[in-house]
Every structure is written in structure tokens, then in C-alpha cells.
Design a binder for this molecule. Structure first.
Ligand SMILES: [Mg+2]
Length: 167
């Protein structure tokens, strides 16, 4: 199984990280904030367990750097992912500016699952890549939608959910 995983609010507790950055007195989305606040403390524990218990060559991060504030950019997003240190557990990290569809099309290989918290990514991938298993992860009520794909609350539920889909 190939896993294409979103970063923010899928692997990474973005909301807690942003709170910590602001509390420490730094502006969001700045290189300075990444130097001062340790991003590796904000990886969800189930995400870390998931990454550690699956083969590195099956894991890809597909992250979009838009959707927050205009100050966020590709360099910042890549640096944030590197600082979180999850890149040690994945074959590659792909940071895109907006749509993830092209990245998913090029990475999909055999049985593939795409996990994200944002409906716009889930629906775009589901529409363009019907062969890819699309799974919503609901870490928070940040992006309420009317999505119609299977939903999980943490990555510890992912493999059982996929197994049920394939049955
Ligand atoms: Mg996300």
C-alpha cells in the first residue's frame, strides 16, 4: 500500500503549533518562528507511531502551502516539515502551491491511499483519481464539510478503514 499523507492537521497539530508560536511572541509563517519554536513537539503521537510502523518507501507527504495566510510560502512549508522531523520516515515530501491532484496522479502506484483533512483536496482527488482510496481525517472541526468519503479520527484507524474498503 502506498500512503499519500497531508501534513497540516493530518500528521501535525498545526493549531497547537500556531498557538505556541503566538504565545512565544513570534509572527506566524516566519523563518524566525521555526527557529524558536520546536516543531517536532507538534507531530500527533498516533502519526509518529503510524510512520514508525510502516515502511518508509511506502510513505509520501503531499502538502499544500496555501490555505492559511498569504505570508505562508513553499520555502516556509518545506522548512516546517523538515523541522517537524517526520521527513525521516517518508520516501519523499512534495509541497505544492495549491491543488494536490497532479502530485497524487504522479505518485499513485498500485493500491494507494490519500489522507487529508480538507474537503477541497479530498473531492478533487476523488474526482480525478477514482482508483485511489480517499480518506478524510477529522482532527478538528476546522473545516466542516459535507464530504462523502470514509472518515477517521486518527491514523491508528487508517489500516482497518482501508481493509474494510477493500473487502
Ligand atoms: Mg491539512
Amino acid at each position: 500500500m502506498r500512503y499519500l499523507l497531508d501534513f497540516d492537521r493530518t500528521l501535525f497539530d498545526t493549531d497547537a503549533f500556531k498557538k505556541a508560536v503566538l504565545k512565544a511572541g513570534y509572527a506566524l509563517g516566519t523563518p524566525e518562528s521555526l527557529e524558536k519554536v520546536d516543531a517536532s513537539r507538534f507531530v500527533f503521537s498516533d502519526a509518529l507511531t503510524f510512520l514508525k510502523t510502516h515502511a518508509k518507501e511506502d510513505m509520501y507527504i503531499v502538502s499544500s502551502c496555501t490555505g492559511f495566510q498569504s505570508v505562508y510560502d513553499r520555502a516556509y512549508q518545506s522548512a516546517k516539515i523538515a523541522k517537524s522531523r517526520v521527513d525521516a520516515y517518508v520516501a519523499d515530501v512534495i509541497v505544492v502551491e495549491d491543488t494536490k491532484v497532479d502530485a497524487v496522479v504522479s505518485l499513485a502506484d498500485g493500491e494507494t491511499v490519500f489522507v487529508d483533512d480538507m474537503d477541497k483536496h479530498l473531492s478533487a482527488v476523488a474526482a480525478r483519481c477514482p482508483e485511489v482510496h480517499v480518506v478524510h481525517i477529522g482532527r478538528s472541526a476546522h473545516y466542516p464539510t459535507t464530504r462523502t468519503v470514509p472518515s477517521i479520527a486518527s491514523l491508528s484507524e487508517l489500516d482497518a478503514t482501508i481493509e474494510a474498503l477493500c473487502r
